[in-house]
Ligand binder design. Structure first.
Ligand code: 4AZ
Length: 227
């Protein structure tokens, strides 16, 4: 998270850290039920389920909360790593979690977000592109949503790279960054986006790009139920 503020897990009780079983954080995710987590498909390309764990209920990336194994994961059949369309996956936890003030699921947005809506993105990703380290304390930042039409307009520099399954979010020097991938973009207490990609982080003309949850919520619900 670039230009964000330190926050606590109570403010984002759906936020999880996806880690190797050695405890190394590599992506964010969002709890949506007692045993299902939404993340980015591109986060699930490097490890097997048995090599991953999920830390829930902790403000710190490397300690505290609960650590639960991964039973299985599945990424979207329409995921394309060149185009980054449908960059979404779900993880089934090896056992259900108990909800507390620090562990609580978030509702999926079922309608496309409107340009200009304020949203919050959170995570343990880097505080700048390439040269910054990952913070141990959870950070968040407020950004403004841009629909596909606005994000592909001449005001920005992505053009036709912005596809129907994406939503963008911009802020004055504010953005998600490396290691925030898979994590939550939340507006009106609903998960509207999954951190997906961008050209750099908080670079002028290049908003953060997210998987638009409203285009895949049915797939998420169905896949969680079947895994
Ligand atoms: C990444 O590499 C990444 N500024 C995530 C988010 C953004 C850029 C890169 C958006 O994981």
């Amino acid at each position: 998270i670039v230009n964000g503020e330190e926050t606590t897990i109570e403010n984002h009780p759906y936020q999880v850290s996806i880690q190797t079983t050695k405890g190394s954080h590599f992506c964010g995710g969002s709890l949506i039920s007692e045993d299902c987590v939404v993340t980015a498909a591109h986060c699930m390309q490097s490890y097997k389920a048995s090599e991953m764990q999920v830390r829930l209920g902790s403000t710190q990336r490397n300690s505290g909360g609960e650590v639960i194994g991964v039973k299985a994961f599945k990424f979207h059949e329409g995921y394309n790593s060149d185009l980054m369309v449908n960059d979404v996956a779900v993880i089934k936890l090896s056992s259900p979690v108990r909800f507390t003030s620090k562990i609580r699921p978030i509702a999926l947005a079922k309608e496309a977000p409107k340009s200009g809506t304020k949203a919050t993105v959170s995570g343990w990703g880097t505080t700048c592109f390439m040269l910054c380290s990952s913070p141990n304390n959870l950070l968040d930042v407020v950004v403004s949503l841009l629909d596909v039409k606005d994000c592909s307009s001449d005001q920005f520099k992505y053009g036709s790279k912005i596809m129907d399954t994406m939503v963008c979010a911009e802020g004055e020097k504010k953005d998600a960054c490396q290691g925030d991938s898979g994590g939550p973009l939340v507006a009106n207490s609903q998960l509207v986006g999954v951190v997906s990609w961008g050209n750099g982080c908080a670079w002028s003309g290049y908003p953060g790009v997210y998987c638009d949850v409203s285009t895949v919520y049915k797939w998420i619900e169905d896949t969680c139920a079947k895994l």
